[in-house]
Design a protein around this ligand. Structure first.
Ligand code: FES
Length: 153
């Protein structure tokens, strides 16, 4: 039996040894975590594990015992989206959207670590998430806009 938190709620269970967190999340109908590859190269399968971006396809369930897992589902309440999501929308940082949940998780993780990042820091922090559409320009603008708006508070 293992236990962990998923989006703020405690989960307890027993899992087959080869079950990955990605498999589990799909069974829970958490579809923001996307399949990218079985080896996690694309970052589309990202989650936050204790606040750090990790590939859910590479995490076996027994390794998350006692951990805190967050997906983008924890960022919005009903139709109210998180200000970081709002910044992505306002800056036109969402095109096909396949990478967007992972981009936002990576952004949240980097801003927890460094609330006042520069462009280079943001770019480096997003390097584990592939985006075929945006060239990273708009997502970086969105993250900088959000970071700056928080500084102004
Ligand atoms: S918006 Fe399409 S892959 Fe990033």
């Amino acid at each position: 039996m293992i236990g962990f938190y998923l989006n703020g709620k405690p989960v307890f269970g027993e899992f087959n040894p080869g079950t990955t967190l990605f498999d589990y999340l799909r069974d829970q109908e958490i579809f923001s975590v996307k399949f990218g590859s079985e080896k996690g190269e694309t970052g589309a399968d990202s989650v936050l594990l204790d606040g750090k971006v990790m590939n859910s396809s590479l995490l076996l369930m027994h390794t998350i015992d006692g951990k805190v897992i967050e997906t983008i589902e924890s960022f919005s309440q009903g139709v109210d989206v998180h200000p970081l999501q709002e910044a992505f929308i306002e800056e036109g940082a969402v095109q096909c959207g396949y990478c967007t949940p992972s981009m936002i998780l990576a952004a949240e993780s980097l801003l927890r670590e460094n609330p006042t990042p520069n462009d280079d820091y943001v770019r480096e922090s997003l390097s584990g998430v592939y985006c075929r559409c945006t060239g990273f320009v708009k997502p970086i603008q969105a993250i900088m806009k959000y970071a700056t708006s928080r500084e102004d508070r």
